[in-house]
Design a protein around this ligand. Structure first.
Ligand code: PHE
Length: 450
């Protein structure tokens, strides 16, 4: 284990950390997953449950995870080991670190394939290949892409290569630089799309769908889905925010930064909804069409609207920005682990970790290609990875992190690190009781145990 915790370097400022962590949080989860989950789970009521989950569960865990990272100053496994030792707790807590590293690695393998789709669509939009397509054609374009392993391979490889290049550049020159450029650009583009959506005939219908809660639509299942989504979207339980916390200077308030990051993340999810649903309703498309929502409905809608191809291009560029700033956070824990434990340079560690991830991504790519023919216990390769990470590893990591922050780390230490003043009590209730119990419910449900 490294004896010099500081060898990774630090963020250059508080704002650099907030932007990089927002980049990690804002991703395909906000722009691809949130809208279709919302579409499938009843609109406004889902939004409310989601926001309650962000505040009640996500926020306390984010603070705990960042605090653990900053306290440990190392990669997640070594951090958990060092802090457990400091608190005289059993070494088994290291599992939380391992879960994070492995989950981030596994998620990136499929994340890159889907990010590749957004690049393919960007290319199609800019090239005008999606002008005036009909519903069948739009569907066919998506099916063709999924059935073309060579095309997907090109985009997946390009996406991984770009991710690797950013990571090889390091913290300040790589991650900070890219996120500082892309995250504000993403906000602006989304804002432009929202303004555009406001001019479409389906605007009010979209807004009603998004913001008018129909409580009869809330079911135990939709609550669990909202909770899992809050977790994924904030990027928790995966060591990402832990390693970003490890690079955080001591004088930055974790409490305040976490609030800002959570607000930014939720705002982008809602802004994506505002951009997408009016366009969907204007074209009389169903809001509940699942994972194909942004790849099938939207291009169809854009292709029939004035300036549609311009806004369609902006949309897929935005998806790409969101994806790549999350991708670097997903694999950073593994890279830090390799540099600490095997004395690799950052460049070598990035190449190895991303190379392996690229290779694993071929499995996902192939699972779309064979149309789900190969299955194990009823799940394709992609579904297996998604299930094992999002439904098992992340909740488990989340419970461990919440409990470690709330129970194992001494109160004196958490008070000093978080700087929450009188709100500290609420954080404690969150990490000690609410988050572990609520997240345990997701886990048990996902495993089909109740
Ligand atoms: N939060 C990202 C998203 O919403 C995914 C992610 C998870 C990124 C964990 C980093 C760490 O797409």
């Amino acid at each position: 284990m490294s004896e010099s915790p500081q060898h990774h370097g630090q963020w250059s400022s508080r704002i650099a950390f907030i932007i990089a962590a927002s980049g990690s949080a804002i991703g395909l989860g906000n722009i691809w997953k949130f809208p279709y989950l919302l579409g499938e789970n009843g609109g406004g009521a889902f939004v409310l449950v989601y926001i309650a989950c962000v505040i009640g569960i996500g926020l306390p865990i984010m603070m705990a995870e960042t605090m653990i990272g900053r306290r440990g100053q190392r990669s997640p496994v070594n951090t958990m080991a060092a802090l457990a030792k400091e608190a005289n707790a059993p070494a088994f807590w290291q599992i939380a670190g391992w879960l994070g590293i492995v989950a981030g690695f596994l998620i990136l393998s499929y994340y890159s394939v889907i990010a590749g789709w957004s690049m393919a669509y960007l290319f199609k939009m800019v090239g005008g290949f999606m002008d005036k397509v009909g519903p069948e054609e739009a569907q066919q374009i998506f099916l063709d892409l999924k059935a073309a392993p060579d095309v997907q391979l090109v985009w997946h490889s390009l996406f991984m290569a770009l991710t690797t290049a950013i990571l090889m550049k390091g913290l300040t020159e790589g991650i900070e630089r890219v996120t500082r450029l892309m995250i504000p650009a993403l906000f602006l583009m989304l804002l432009a799309l929202d303004v555009y959506a406001a001019t479409t005939p389906g605007f009010w219908e979209g807004m009603t769908f998004l913001f008018k809660p129909d409580f009869s639509k809330i079911t135990p299942d939709s609550v669990l889905i909202a909770m899992g989504q809050a977790f994924f979207s904030l990027g928790l339980g995966m060591g990402s925010i832990m390693i970003y916390g490890a690079y955080l200077p001591k004088d930055v308030s974790i409490g305040r930064s976490s609030v800002i990051i959570s607000i930014a993340d939720s705002a982008v999810a809602l802004m994506a909804g505002i951009a997408i649903f009016p366009v969907v309703f204007s074209n009389h498309l169903p809001p509940s069409m699942g994972p194909g929502l942004i790849f099938e409905s939207l291009p169809l809608a854009f292709s029939h609207m004035p300036l549609g191809s311009v806004f369609g291009s902006v949309f897929f560029l935005l998806v790409f920005f969101a994806a790549i700033t999350s991708a670097i956070a997903l694999i950073e824990p593994a890279i830090a682990h390799l540099t600490e434990n095997f004395a690799f340079t950052r460049q070598k560690a990035s190449l190895i970790a991303c190379g392996a991830c690229w290779f694993l991504g071929l499995g996902t790519l192939w699972s779309f290609y064979d149309g789900g023919e190969w299955q194990w216990h009823g799940k394709t390769f992609f579904e297996l990875i998604d299930f094992v990470t999002a439904d098992v590893m992340l909740p488990l990591g989340g419970i461990l992190i919440a409990a470690f922050g709330g129970w194992v780390i001494k109160e004196k230490v958490s008070k000093e690190e978080l700087d929450l003043g009188e709100y500290h009590r609420y954080w404690q209730i969150g990490t000690r009781f609410i988050a572990p119990v609520a997240v345990a419910l997701i886990l048990l449900k996902a495993l089909g145990l109740f």
